[in-house]
Design a protein around this ligand. Structure first.
Ligand SMILES: [Zn+2]
Length: 212
């Protein structure tokens, strides 16, 4: 159990180091693919001071089985995403500057760069608005996330997922970089949207031929 708790504790520190959020906002979870147990950050605590004892543990049925702290208010969103996506074992919800600019204008991030379409998806869509901490927010996030690896929470922030924590961080970085680049490209002209056939070719390449 402690190893999985440590993954979440370390991810909290990393999220702050990368300026992906401010203060105690954002929340992170990890699922042990074998037991199905889910490890979630507590509500409103300083990420730099979190210890493994502060992590809240859910079983695969969504019942709290360990932890003295109140879980993140977004616990139902995390559980809903794990329930909907068997391939996801790490979820990072943050309030980063550039992608949140899209979220507060209810604007999706289009497929403008290769790394984005390869590891994030065809686009990042805005979920229908719901208040933080509500069951609806989780439902809308699942719907807009679909089979992609990131979703924008309207008027709120960004949520990135992956099969493991490192991958989820890579998604966070690429989403934030692409949001920044797309906004910058507006100064130069129109960004070229990658056509669907090329997106598919790149996604197939990553699945079958990329890497060693
Ligand atoms: Zn948030």
């Amino acid at each position: 159990m402690d190893d999985f708790k440590q993954i979440v504790v370390d991810a909290g520190v990393k999220m702050c180091q990368r300026s992906l959020t401010v203060g105690t906002w954002g929340n992170i979870s990890y699922r042990d693919p074998e037991s199905g147990n889910i490890f979630l950050t507590p509500s409103g605590m300083d990420y730099q001071k979190l210890g493994t004892n502060d992590i809240v543990v859910y079983n695969a049925k969504g019942e709290i089985i360990e932890g003295q702290r109140k879980p993140s208010i977004e616990w139902s969103m995390h559980l809903a995403i794990f329930a909907a996506r068997e391939d996801v074992n790490a979820i990072i919800h943050t309030h980063p500057t550039y992608s949140t600019a899209f979220a507060i204008t209810d604007t999706s991030i289009p497929p403008v760069s290769e790394d984005f379409v390869q590891i994030v998806g065809d686009s990042v869509e805005c979920a229908e608005y719901a208040l933080p901490g509500t069951k609806e927010l989780g439902e809308y996030a699942v719907k807009a996330l679909a089979s992609k690896n990131a979703v924008l929470l309207t008027s709120h922030g960004t949520l990135c997922v992956g099969p493991n924590m490192d991958f989820a961080f890579k998604v966070c970085d690429v989403v934030e970089k692409t949001a920044y680049l797309y906004l910058m490209s507006k100064n130069l002209g129109e960004a070229r949207i990658i056509p669907p056939a090329d997106i598919k070719a790149m996604q197939d390449f990553v699945k079958t031929k990329y890497g060693q």
